[in-house]
Ligand binder design. Structure first.
Ligand code: SF4
Length: 394
C-alpha cells in the first residue's frame, strides 16, 4: 500500500466550487508510491513556502534533444519515490481528437512506467505525462513510438504546434486548421526534436478571429483564418435577433471596433472596406451574418508570456496569405524568419523580442515582406518603419 500523508494545506484547495487537482492526485496516490510521494512532497512545499522540485538537467531518449523535462526532488531522503520525477511530453493530435482506444492504452503504459498522473493538456498543447524515473524513459518511448506516437517539443525548439477545432466542428473556420497544424508538425520535425533555436517557438492556428486557441496571446507565430469578401447579411434574421431581445445598436453596431456598421431599426449596413474582420458581429449573430469571398490567413508574430520584456500580443506581419496544401509559401516565410532569428537572437530571446530590439524594418527586409499599413500597431506612438531616400524614389 502506498504511504498516506497528512495534507492539511492541500486539503484547503479542495474547498470551493471548482474541481481540484488535489482530489485527483489523492486518487492516484491511493494506487502508486510515486503519486503518494508527489502529494507528500507538494504538501511539504506548501508548508516550507518553497519548491522542493529541482528542474532541468540533461535527460531524454536517444536521438532526441527534447520531449522530456528533467525534474528531481531536493529532499529524496524524505520522498524516495519522487527522487526522479520527469515529465514526458507526447505530441498531441490536431485539436486534441483522440480515440478512447488510444486513451486507454496511454493510461496503461503510464500506469506501468510512471506515476499515473497526467495533464491533458499542458498550456504548450502536449499530452503531458507527469512523473517517471530515468531508467523508464526509453521503455516509455518504445511503447509510444511502436504505436505511431511521438514526443512533443521542449527547450529551445519548435514546440508542439496546436490549433482550434476548425472545420471539424465549426462552420466559421476560414482555413483547415487541423491540416495546417499536422503539416507544420510533419515539415518541421527536426526543429521540434533537436533544439537549435535561441529559445522556444510556438505555432498556433485558429480558423477565425474569435481565436478559440488564444493564438494571439500565446504563439510566436499566430495563424488566424480570415476572408477577403464582404459580410453577407440576412436582414430577416437580423430582425429575428432584435425580436428576441438583442439590442443591435448597442451590442453589435456599438461594439464594432472599426465603427463600420450602422443600423436604422430596419436595415443593418456594413462598410466592408473598413471592416477589420474581428468576427464580433458574426459570432453574436451567427444566423444573420456570414463571411464571403476568398479565404486565407493573417500571419502574426511575437506573442509570449513575460520574460525578458513583459507579456506581448502577436502583431500582423502578413495581412492575407492563401493557406492551401502544401503551404510552401508560408513555410518558406517561416524559414526566413528563423534564419534571421538564428543569426541575431541572444540566448533565451524570443523572436518578438528580437524584432523589438533590432527593429521591424530590418526584420521585414530580411524576410522579404513589404511594409503595409496593417503591420502598424500603434501609429501615433511608435511608427516602427522608417523609409529611406531609396524607398521614396521607387
Ligand atoms: Fe465590425 Fe468586426 Fe463585424 Fe467587421 S467583423 S463589421 S470589424 S464587428
Amino acid at each position: 500500500m502506498p504511504k498516506k500523508y497528512d495534507t492539511p494545506l492541500l486539503d484547503e484547495l479542495e474547498k470551493g466550487p471548482f474541481p481540484s487537482f488535489v482530489t485527483e492526485m489523492k486518487k492516484a496516490a491511493a494506487k502508486t508510491d510515486m503519486a503518494a510521494d508527489a502529494l507528500g512532497q507538494l504538501e511539504r512545499c506548501f508548508r516550507d513556502k518553497k519548491t522542493h522540485w529541482k528542474h532541468g538537467g540533461i535527460v531524454g531518449v536517444r536521438g532526441y534533444g527534447g520531449g522530456v523535462i528533467g525534474r528531481y526532488s531536493d529532499i529524496p531522503e524524505d520522498f524516495p519515490n519522487v527522487a526522479h520525477f520527469h515529465t514526458v511530453r507526447i505530441n498531441s493530435t490536431s485539436a486534441f481528437f483522440y480515440t478512447s482506444k488510444f486513451l486507454k492504452e496511454m493510461c496503461d503504459i503510464w500506469d506501468k512506467h510512471g506515476s499515473g498522473l497526467t495533464n491533458l493538456h499542458g498550456s504548450t498543447g502536449d499530452l503531458v505525462l507527469l512523473g517517471t524515473k530515468t531508467d523508464q524513459l526509453e521503455q516509455i518511448f518504445a511503447e509510444f513510438s511502436s504505436r505511431g506516437w511521438d514526443l512533443g517539443g521542449s527547450g529551445s525548439a519548435m514546440r508542439t504546434p496546436s490549433c482550434c477545432v476548425g472545420p471539424a466542428r465549426c462552420e466559421w473556420a476560414n482555413i483547415d486548421t487541423l491540416d495546417i497544424n499536422y503539416s507544420i508538425t510533419q515539415e518541421f520535425q527536426d526543429e521540434m526534436h533537436r533544439p537549435a533555436f535561441p529559445y522556444k517557438f510556438k505555432f498556433k492556428t485558429v480558423g477565425c478571429a474569435v481565436d478559440c486557441n488564444a493564438s494571439i496571446a500565446r504563439a510566436d507565430c499566430s495563424i488566424i483564418g480570415t476572408w477577403k469578401g464582404n459580410i453577407a447579411i440576412d436582414q430577416a434574421e437580423v430582425a429575428n435577433y432584435e425580436k428576441k431581445g438583442m439590442n443591435i445598436s448597442e451590442e453589435i453596431v456599438g461594439m464594432c471596433p472599426s465603427k463600420c456598421m450602422s443600423y436604422d431599426g430596419k436595415q443593418l449596413k456594413i462598410d466592408d472596406a473598413n471592416c477589420v474582420r474581428c468576427m464580433h458581429c458574426i459570432a453574436k449573430m451567427t444566423k444573420a451574418l456570414k463571411p464571403t469571398g476568398e479565404k486565407g490567413a493573417t500571419i502574426l508574430i511575437g506573442s509570449k508570456a513575460p520574460f525578458v520584456i513583459g507579456a506581448t500580443l502577436s502583431w500582423v506581419i502578413v495581412p492575407f496569405i492563401k493557406m492551401e496544401p502544401p503551404y510552401d509559401e508560408f513555410k518558406d516565410l517561416i524559414r526566413k524568419m528563423w534564419e534571421w532569428w538564428d543569426e541575431h537572437g541572444k540566448n533565451r530571446e524570443r523572436i518578438g523580442e528580437l524584432i523589438i530590439r533590432r527593429g521591424m524594418r530590418e526584420f521585414l527586409e530580411y524576410i522579404g515582406v513589404e511594409p503595409v499599413p496593417q503591420q502598424v500597431k500603434e501609429p501615433r506612438r511608435d511608427p516602427f518603419y522608417f523609409w529611406t531616400e531609396a524607398d521614396l524614389q521607387k
